[in-house]
Design a protein around this ligand. Sequence first.
Ligand SMILES: Cc1ncc(COP(=O)(O)O)c(C=O)c1O
Length: 355
Amino acid sequence: MQEIVDLRSDTVTRPSPGMRRAMAEAEVGDDVFGDDPTVRRLQDHAAALTGKEAALFLPRGTMANLVAFLSQTRPGDAIILSEMAHPVLYEGGNLAMVAGLMTRTVADPLGKMSAEQVAEQIVRTNDPHHSQTTLAALENTTNRGGGAYYQYHEMEEVAQVCRSRGLRLHCDGARLFNACAASNIEPEFYARCCDTVSFCLSKGLGAPAGSMLAGARDTMTRALRFRKMLGGGMRQTGVLAAAGLYALENHVRDLDEDHRRARDFRRALEAEGVGFALPSPTNILYVETNDPARGIEELSTRGVLATAAGTDRIRAVFHRDIDDAGLNRAVEAFKEVLAPRRQSPNEGATGKMTS
Ligand SMILES: Cc1ncc(COP(=O)(O)O)c(C=O)c1O
């Protein structure tokens, strides 16, 4: 039987053999007492990589965002995000329910925020009618924006607006290393623009779980308290931290190959008349179709998994568990299901041509 080609997300990556060995051999302690040496090593490494004073290991990117918000705002404050940001769409309303925050959202097809858009959303006044805007949070790369990334100057311009108006800036860098690979910008430079930055170890980097949040020491002291409140402290979690360290040391360099395969996938399908909804400079692609539910069903019968996104597109995400053979199978399956010239007129094409 042929293996499934799973393009639903880069979270489906499995630990590589080397990573499994590193996990098995990890030296551990009780991290809630702060004495797991592998977690400490990972936190020091993440702080050094981002040029921040301290970093904290958390189970999920969702918790990293929430802890960043809790640590830098007060209930009743407002926070600026893209209307497509992960915390707005996919974190269960936690910023409203747990952090007590209002959202002021910015519209952009790539899920990015410009300095002007952020400036327009800031409300800082003594007038008690208004919620105070105290934080902006941008995503790099953007999930719903097709893996778009920030140029350094774009992020720095947002940072300048935030600094000048007394706001903090958080970067949800769930896929920060994809952004770095595509832009040739070191994580430290992106992080320099932001008060806090998070990144996930469990997506394209291939670890089974874990995210990092980095920032100044006093912010991270608050972050530790909130992680505790949310039940996010783990015990002998050096086993997971070892996977994270292994990923940072060995898997970051493979992200370029994921991006190359994403480009090859797109080129092959565009040549067959398949349309793409957004530019896809990293590993996330949105393939146009007028029937995403049927599209993913038909793909799955060909052993290829993807996700329906909204009413007009299918999301496909490339990652380290998709090799060239997987890429070729994905291209063939998408061609069969979506390419207009492969379908007979009475088949009811799910594909949609773009000009
Ligand atoms: C941009 C972004 N932020 C945060 C998260 C949350 O990460 P996790 O699934 O580890 O909670 C995701 C997950 O896909 C994401 O895409």
